[in-house]
Structures are given as structure tokens and as C-alpha cells.
Design a binder for this molecule. Structure first.
Ligand code: G4P
Length: 534
């Protein structure tokens, strides 16, 4: 057993690990880039993603991913700022994102939601948000692109409250938008941060602030803007929620900030407030109670993502884990709880932008990737503690597209089963079976349709098996929460389908929400869940 030294405790205390979520194009990459500028981790904007600047800089395995259309891997960026050590978990901002996006949120302590001021809450944000609220993790909102014509501020706040069911508390308030954007008013300090486009200046350009009652304000704002601001603030003060750190920590109140990532305005203000309001690594639930990083001396972590075959020649996999307690040293031996064995964690690495770098040490709150010889599954626990506890599993998220899959060559059944099981183990797809029909066919469920192509491609290329996919009309899946339901007696609808997962647990597939409601009405006491237990 190791000792929880002050050094380890200090290291963990200064960790801030959060996911950044947004609808594609809302400005997540641009904002992340600006964060890194403040941390001095990059010295030039445009280095995070190979968009315009560095297409060639992406490493090989990302290239492979791209080719296969798996879209961008969630990477983890680490940098230091203001005495904090920050881990940003980037969630793939692809339209057709996969379950990985959801799982990434399980490794974070809070989430930053980026919203395009001209669009408000969009479909993808809504989905990701559900996962945040399920875990009660604090959510911070950055309303971006104020340098463009924006929706009305109250409308934006209402949109968040209505669509996502969470109260909002604007920390600052925008003055105008687009060509008339003058800056933001800090409600606490009662001063205006004047908009300036620092994108071309020094990396962390200074922003001028001025007290709201300074007579110069009238000269700096356009006609009517100050009056409008004062009216809006009065209205907000009267009707809006007050800031309450407790509610923020429970994920019930989202502090809102306005800015423009592209012009580097409002970013540092956001970062400063956010780092103060968000939390250092929190205790996590295990089968032996909560494990608190401020008490538990030993290393522990859980796997939340498996990245397969980054190098096809070696069939290697990387297991990404979130460290929950203690310190990690390269090459250390730990218990792999689910495997029941001791394993050495080798080739530990961290992702910095599009590069991988080897690391020697890491602490609670950090995310590391280690070489996986094919033994880890999503949700597995690793710990150096003799107590051998296991962290709560990661839920299985509801797939929204289903297909029946069969191998073209019946002689290749074995490879087919092996391949599809391995791919499912990595968490890219979920597999199910027919319920009591005697048919051996496999039903595949995915969160984004692109995963069907990935499955086909990988089975062909890695397992030499051609498959045929027949799409099924179902869009909703529900796990049955009740332990004692007799599926044969369940009163369903004509378009409902009964299936089972690999552990033999029954599930229901539905074409639409209406069917779900009907089945719930027809079967008193039936409890259905959108999230499965792993
Ligand atoms: P994402 O990661 O959320 O998908 O968004 P990303 O940062 O890539 O931004 C999407 C587009 O929006 C980019 O333009 C980016 O420059 C622009 N953008 C981001 N923040 C702001 C902002 O505050 N104001 C304005 N006006 N635009 C912003 P693009 O033309 O698609 O890409 P690029 O060629 O500029 O890289």
C-alpha cells in the first residue's frame, strides 16, 4: 500500500478535468485552441485540429480513422493555467457521433457547452446534455460567436432552460451583437469588458474594462445600447436565478458566459471563472463505497474508451482510462479487477493535440492511454489497492439504428462471431440476439449510422469476412428494469420487437415513442430504461 503524500494530494487538487461539448461548428475547436493559448501549450492558434493549418500533422492512426470514417478520436489535452492542471476531453463533434462521445462524459468532472449565439440549442447538444444531467455533473455554458448577429439574449437563455431543463445564471451579459457588439457587462463587478478583436495581436491580448457608471461609457456604446443594457439587467436581476455554487455543483444551474472565440474575446474571463467554479476530482462510486481521491492513497482508474487497431500491422489497441485516485508511474503493476489478474501498464501515453507523447507520471483526474493486448473492456477497473474494488460500470447508451447482420460465406461463421464480438467489446457497436425465435442471427445496434460502415469495413479488412446488413425500422431501445418480467406475457404492440443482449437480458425495440407509451400503459409496473447496465 502506498502513502497519500502531500505532493500527490496537491497534484490532484489542482486537476480540473472537463469535457467540451457542442453542436458541430458552434466553435468548440476554436475555443479549445484559445484555452491552450492561455495555457501556453501552443503558441499559435490553429494547432489543435488540422483544419486549415496543419492537415498533414495528424498522426497515422488518425488518418486511418478518417479513412474509415470513424471520425475524430476523442483526444485529451492537458495544459497548466493559473496554478491549475487542466485536462480537456474533446468529444468528437461529428454529426454522426458514436457511443464514445457519451462515454467520454463519464470520465469528466464537468462539462463546457459551447452554443452558437445565432442558433441556440441544437439537436446534438440535447443528447449529450442528457448524459450530463444523468450524472449530475456541472455544466458551464459559453455562448459563442457574439461578433455575428445573435438571437435575443433572453431567448437564448430560455432556449437552454426549456430544451435542457436546467436553470441558467448569466455571469456576464452581452451588449449588442454582430457589427454592434460592444462587449460584455460583468454583473458582479458592474463593469464592461470592451470588445476588441485580439486575434491578430499578441496571443493573450488584454481587454479593457470600464465601470458602468463611468461617463465615458456613453461615448463607447452606440445610441440606446446603455439604456437597453440597464433594462435587460434589471429584468434579469428581477426574474432570473441567482448564482448558487451548490446548485452549480449539482448540475442544476448552468453559469452562462458570452464571447467570441474566434476573436479571442471573453475566453480568458470564462476560463478564470470556470476554473474557480468547477471541481477538482471528486469521489467515485465503487462496489465498496465511494473512493475519495483525497483519502485513497493507491492508484485506481477505470477504462472508458478502447481505441482499436491504431496500427493494423500490430493489431494493437489502446485503452484510455480516467485515473480516479493516487499516482501513476510508468510500467507499474496493478490489479485488473474484471480480468482477475495483475497487469503491467505499459507504454503509457497522453494525447496532446494530434500527437501522442509518452508519460512517466500522472495523477487522479488525469486521462492516460495504455497498451491493451486485448484484455480490457469498457468500464473495467484497475487498482493498486489490496482492497480490489470495482468502479460502477459505464452504462450502455441506447443505440438508435438497428440492422440484422449475416455473413455472406457460411463457412466463415467462426471468424464472423469472433470479429463482431471483439468490435462490440471495444464499444463501437452493440450486439443483440433474437428472442426465442430459434434464429441465430445477430442484430447490431449503433448510435450513429456511420458505425455500420465501420463494422463492415473492419470485418472485411481485419477478419476477412463479408457481411450483409439489412436495416431494421426500429429507432428506440429500452432495457427492462424489472427483474421478474415474463417476456412471453408482456402485452406489446404489433411493431414492437423482443430481443436479448449477450447476457440474455431481455430488451424491447420500438419504431416510435408512441409504441413505448402504449406498452407502458398496457403493462402496469413495467419499468423501461434508456440506459443499460454494463
Ligand atoms: P467546432 O469545433 O465546434 O465544429 O467548430 P470550429 O471551432 O471548427 O468553428 C466552426 C467555424 O466557426 C469556423 O469557421 C470558425 O472559424 C468559426 N468560429 C468559431 N468561433 C467563432 C466566433 O466566435 N465568431 C465567428 N464569427 N466565427 C467563429 P470555418 O470557416 O468553418 O473554419 P475555418 O476555415 O475558419 O477554420
Amino acid at each position: 500500500m502506498s502513502e497519500l503524500t502531500n505532493e500527490i494530494r496537491e497534484q490532484i487538487k489542482k486537476r480540473r478535468t472537463f469535457a467540451i461539448i457542442s453542436h458541430p461548428d458552434a466553435g468548440k475547436t476554436t475555443l479549445t485552441e484559445k484555452f491552450l493559448l492561455y495555457g501556453g501549450a501552443i503558441n499559435q492558434a490553429g494547432s489543435v485540429k488540422g483544419k486549415a493549418t496543419a492537415k498533414h500533422a495528424v498522426s497515422d492512426w488518425m488518418e486511418i480513422e478518417k479513412e474509415r470514417g470513424i471520425s475524430v478520436t476523442s483526444s485529451v489535452l492537458q495544459f497548466n493555467y493559473g496554478g491549475y492542471c487542466i485536462n480537456i476531453l474533446d468529444t468528437p463533434g461529428h454529426q454522426d457521433f458514436s457511443e464514445d462521445t457519451y462515454r467520454t462524459l463519464m470520465a469528466a468532472d464537468s462539462a463546457v457547452m459551447v452554443i452558437d449565439a445565432s442558433k441556440g440549442v441544437e439537436a446534438q447538444t440535447r443528447k449529450l446534455f442528457k448524459v450530463c444531467t444523468m450524472r449530475h455533473i456541472p455544466i458551464f455554458t459559453f455562448i459563442n460567436k457574439m461578433d455575428r448577429e445573435a438571437l435575443d439574449t433572453f431567448e437564448l437563455l430560455d432556449d437552454i432552460e426549456n430544451e435542457l431543463g436546467i436553470a441558467t445564471c448569466p455571469v456576464n451579459w452581452p451588449i449588442g451583437s454582430g457589427k454592434r457588439f460592444k462587449g460584455v457587462y460583468d454583473r458582479n463587478q458592474k463593469e464592461i469588458e470592451l470588445f476588441s478583436d485580439t486575434r491578430k495581436g499578441t496571443t493573450t491580448g488584454k481587454v479593457r474594462t470600464i465601470a458602468i457608471d463611468d461617463p465615458e461609457v456613453d461615448m463607447l456604446l452606440e445610441e440606446g445600447q446603455k439604456e437597453q443594457l440597464m433594462e435587460e439587467i434589471e429584468l434579469q436581476d428581477g426574474a432570473g436565478a441567482e448564482f448558487d455554487q451548490e446548485l452549480v455543483s449539482r448540475g442544476e444551474l448552468s453559469p452562462v458566459f458570452f464571447g467570441s472565440a474566434l476573436t479571442n474575446f471573453g475566453v480568458e474571463t470564462f476560463l478564470k471563472h470556470f476554473l474557480r467554479m468547477t471541481t477538482s476530482p471528486l469521489p467515485r462510486q465503487s462496489d465498496q463505497g465511494a473512493i475519495d481521491p483525497m483519502q485513497e492513497p493507491d492508484f485506481s482508474a477505470f477504462v472508458f474508451k478502447i481505441q482499436a487497431n491504431m496500427n493494423k500491422a500490430h493489431r494493437d489497441r489502446i485503452a484510455f482510462m480516467r485515473i480516479c485516485s493516487g499516482a501513476f508511474d510508468a510500467g507499474m503493476e496493478v490489479h485488473h479487477i474484471q480480468g482477475g489478474k495483475k497487469v503491467r501498464l505499459s507504454q503509457p501515453q497522453q494525447l496532446m493535440a494530434s500527437e501522442r507523447k509518452m508519460i512517466e507520471n500522472a495523477y487522479g483526474g488525469d486521462i492516460i492511454g495504455v497498451f491493451d493486448p486485448g484484455i480490457f473492456s469498457i468500464g473495467d477497473t484497475l487498482t493498486a489497492s489490496q482492497k480490489k474494488y470495482a468502479y460502477e460500470g459505464i452504462p450502455t447508451f441506447a443505440p438508435e439504428h438497428f440492422a440484422r447482420v449475416r455473413q455472406m460465406d457460411t463457412m466463415k461463421r467462426k471468424q464472423f462471431i469472433k470479429g463482431i464480438n471483439q468490435i462490440a467489446q471495444e464499444g463501437a457497436i452493440q450486439i443483440f440476439q433474437e428472442y426465442n425465435t430459434g434464429m441465430e442471427e445477430i442484430i447490431v445496434g449503433v448510435v450513429g449510422v456511420l458505425q455500420f460502415d465501420v463494422l463492415k469495413y473492419r470485418l472485411e479488412n481485419e477478419y476477412n469476412v463479408d457481411i450483409r446488413l439489412d436495416n431494421l425500422p426500429y429507432e428506440h431501445i429500452r432495457w427492462i428494469e424489472n427483474e421478474d418480467v415474463d417476456l412471453d406475457k408482456l402485452k406489446g404492440t404489433s411493431d414492437m420487437k423482443k430481443i436479448k443482449d449477450l447476457k440474455g437480458r431481455p430488451l424491447l425495440l420500438f419504431v416510435n415513442e408512441w409504441s413505448i407509451r402504449m406498452v407502458l400503459e398496457r403493462n402496469e409496473g413495467l419499468a423501461l430504461s434508456e440506459f443499460g447496465r454494463s
